[in-house]
Design a protein around this ligand. Sequence first.
Ligand code: PXL
Length: 268
Amino acid sequence: MKRILTVQDISCVGKCSLTVALPIISAHGIEAAILPTAVLSTHTAFNKFTFRDLTDDISPICKVWHDEGIEFDGIYTGYLGSKQQIDLVLDIFRDFGEGKLKFVDPAMGDNGVLYKGFDEEFAKEMARLCAAADIIVPNLTEACYMLGVPYVASGYDEDYVKNILVSLTNLGCKKAVLTGIGFAPDQLGCYGYDAESGEFFFDYNEKKPQSFHGTGDVFASVCFSHLTNGKSLCEASALAADFVCDSIDATINDEKPIWYGVNFEKVL
Ligand code: PXL
């Protein structure tokens, strides 16, 4: 059985990061080992939240794993709580990631703005982590902040998206998938690029009337699970996008506000 490591926070309530990644990875028949980067009461889109930074625990935990001879078949990182954690994850890539799939979701913003607590400097640090990854899955906001280029909300063309993808892989990673891409008002999908083969792909669905918090984490968890199980990036991205759409359909009539995340549990 495959065992992977996922590094991201625990937001106790709000269906994102580890509370999403753990069940999704497990449901794909993969053992999910976790390294929590922080414990929050709720994710940072709630009005109030507590934040327990776990940076100091990361190296001692990794030392035990190293001493115990523990290995992983892949590493997937999501929301990271501090710049220091980026250096620690780079150490984890070096110590546990050689020859293994290193997958980075640079979760730090959406809709043209960074989440609370992040700044442009953090985005530049995240670009260093993306450089060391095999595959990255930013949304357009995260990509623009990492590259230091203006964010364009809509009305862009394929050349704009392709240029961003090429610039992302020029950071150092082999493949990149941009999520939340659409060339028409009713279109939303993901645009991918493999710098080794030079191939692009675009997969889209009909855009849902509402967008929900945490869908990036759902996408990344499903995509990484399928990749671990041997699917190509193009197949894994399309399956992940379909899963997100089905999760939104399972949520849309809920009373809960959008920052409570999507009902992915109904789709698993
Ligand atoms: O869904 C991304 C995410 C993960 N973790 C925390 C967040 C967010 C987005 O706001 O606040 C703590």
